[in-house]
Design a protein around this ligand. Structure first.
Ligand code: FAD
Ligand code: 2HG
Ligand code: ZN
Length: 473
């Protein structure tokens, strides 16, 4: 069969309903969320069963056609964008979106990879259960994309990253075989933890089609505070106190710089400052518990008291209702949108040990000042040691020119400093195509060689997401 024959065979497999042909729909899938990449593909398909995906991969493997898996296309590193109009196809997962089972005894749910994250959360909530993965893109991103990027988000501190929330996977391998590990066992020591390989693999080893996810009791007590803190050091000191004062019920501890808060208030409708004064540093703290009489309010008040005594907390407000809580979260979650409205940013998702965050922030500001001009938007999951120190074009300058030019040098310095301090150049958003050069620069030769060995073993023809993450793929 020639290449046109293979493509025709794939069209027949998925049928009319499984083809994306109209120009706007194709465009939406060929351009990434940040509009950094404008891709091309021979075909974009939306299969609706594991069997269809298995047949597509078997055909592509035999005829060496590249396959780019795509979930909600909200990824930040161009991982879901195809780059070959003749030899790559996009496989969208959105039609594999069923909830196969919710087991309230085992506290698990088995879902297909194309299920949108917010729908997974809502389905759990209907059973008085919680699926705790949460992030600003939850209305669009999919479980398969979350697992493939090992997404983090707003409650990692308490519940871990996506990988820690999966008990099993179903994966179509590049040759079309299906690895089915959906028993949902919490204990199973029978050999290599194979499914772990696919979480964080960004579609380079196979297509995740389903997962067993961990659930938790739904939260019936929630205390949320927006606190102005003296500096980043004060924020870090407060973190330890928050964990103790909450009785280890701390689920989020997010840092927001004054600059990022201002950007949201300027750029995003229906947002307002929670405090009368403006400050240079804030934290959003949340305690949650399934027990409505768990005394979280007293814990939050203790946190404030201790924080104020030490001069770490300068001011603050506690949410008194659901809408007030939502308004505080909106300030934090709208920062990416505000950056977008301001022309976009050079984004970073670096991590260092939590205790070294103040040193990292101070050294970074000093280094970047010498290298060039920019507007900072610093925020992030400080409780996980993960900062988004994003850089916007200086006021009155062209954002595109900044992102293509001067900003890049600054970005290299951000990654280099994080790595030199024992941290990571990518704690959350992954590698994709954007950070593939960083992987080569910073991963040890042994780790790189092992990655290539795994890739060769599972995907000898290199059909899965070519050019992404793994060097030389
Ligand atoms: P896509 O973008 O479609 O794909 C991402 C990668 O996974 C690609 O390499 C793709 O090939 C691969 N892939 C997708 N589905 C599959 C599958 N079924 N099998 C195999 N490979 C697959 N990320 C965070 O970690 N934390 C955050 O807090 C966060 N907040 C965000 C807020 C906003 C406003 C936005 C726009 C993005 C945010 N992100 C965040 C980034 C992004 O939403 C996550 O990386 C998310 O997990 C991507 O899911 P997706 O379904 O959109 O995947
Ligand atoms: C967040 O924490 C996301 O809000 C997005 O990871 C970060 O847009 C960003 O830089
Ligand atoms: Zn983040």
């Amino acid at each position: 069969m020639d290449q046109q024959g293979v493509l025709q065979r794939i069209r027949e497999l998925v049928g009319e309903a499984g083809l994306v042909t109209d120009a706007p729909a194709r465009q939406a899938r060929l351009v990434d969320e940040r509009r950094l990449y404008h891709g091309q593909a021979a075909l974009i398909v939306r299969p609706d069963s594991v069997d269809q995906i298995a047949s597509i991969l078997a055909l592509c493997n035999e005829h060496h056609i590249g396959v780019v898996p795509q979930g909600g296309n909200t990824g930040y590193c161009g991982g879901a964008t195809p780059f070959d109009a003749e030899r790559q196809i996009v496989v969208c997962l959105d039609r594999l979106n069923r909830i196969r089972e919710i087991d309230p005894v085992a506290f698990t749910m088995t879902v297909e990879a194309g299920l949108v994250l917010a729908k997974a959360q809502a389905a759990a909530a209907e059973h008085n259960l919680l699926f705790p993965l949460s992030m600003g893109s939850e209305g669009s991103c999919q479980i398969g994309g979350n697992l493939s990027t090992n997404a983090g988000g707003l409650a990692v501190l308490r519940y871990g990253t996506a990988r820690e929330l999966a008990l099993g996977l179903e994966v179509v391998l590049p040759d079309g075989r299906v690895l089915s590990e959906l028993k949902g066992l919490r204990k199973d020591n029978t050999g290599y933890p194979l499914t772990q390989l696919f979480m964080g693999a960004e579609g380079t080893l196979g297509i995740i089609t389903a997962a067993v996810l961990k659930l938790f009791p739904a939260a019936h007590a929630i205390e949320t505070a927006w606190l102005a803190v003296a500096d980043i050091e004060a924020a870090c000191r407060l973190l330890g106190v928050a964990r103790q004062a909450s009785g280890d019920a701390l689920s989020s501890f997010e840092y927001v710089s004054g600059a990022s808060a201002e950007l949201v208030l300027d750029q995003v409708a229906d947002t307002r400052a929670p405090l009368q004064e403006t400050y240079a540093h804030y934290v959003l703290v949340e305690f949650t518990s399934p027990d409505s009489a768990s005394g979280l309010r007293a814990g939050m008040e203790r946190l404030l008291e201790v924080g104020m005594e030490h001069g770490w907390v300068l001011d603050g407000v506690l949410a008194e209702s659901g809408p007030q809580r939502d308004a505080l979260w909106r300030l934090r979650e709208s920062i990416p949108e505000a950056e977008k409205h301001s022309g976009g940013a050079i984004k970073h998702d670096v991590s260092v040990a939590v205790g070294r965050i103040p040193e990292f922030a101070a050294r970074l500001a000093a280094e970047l000042k010498v290298l060039g001009d920019y507007r900072p938007s610093g925020y992030g999951h400080i409780g996980d040691g993960n900062l988004h120190y994003n850089l916007l074009a200086p006021e009155g300058t062209d954002p595109e020119a900044f992102k293509q030019g001067a900003g890049r040098q600054l970005s290299r310095a951000v990654h280099a400093l994080a790595v030199s301090m024992g941290g990571s150049f990518s704690a959350e958003h992954g590698v994709g195509i954007l950070k593939a050069p960083d992987l080569v620069a910073y991963k040890s030769p042994v780790a790189l060689e092992m990655m290539k060995t795994v890739k060769r073993a599972l995907d000898p023809h290199g059909i899965m997401n070519p050019g992404k993450m793994v060097p030389g793929s």
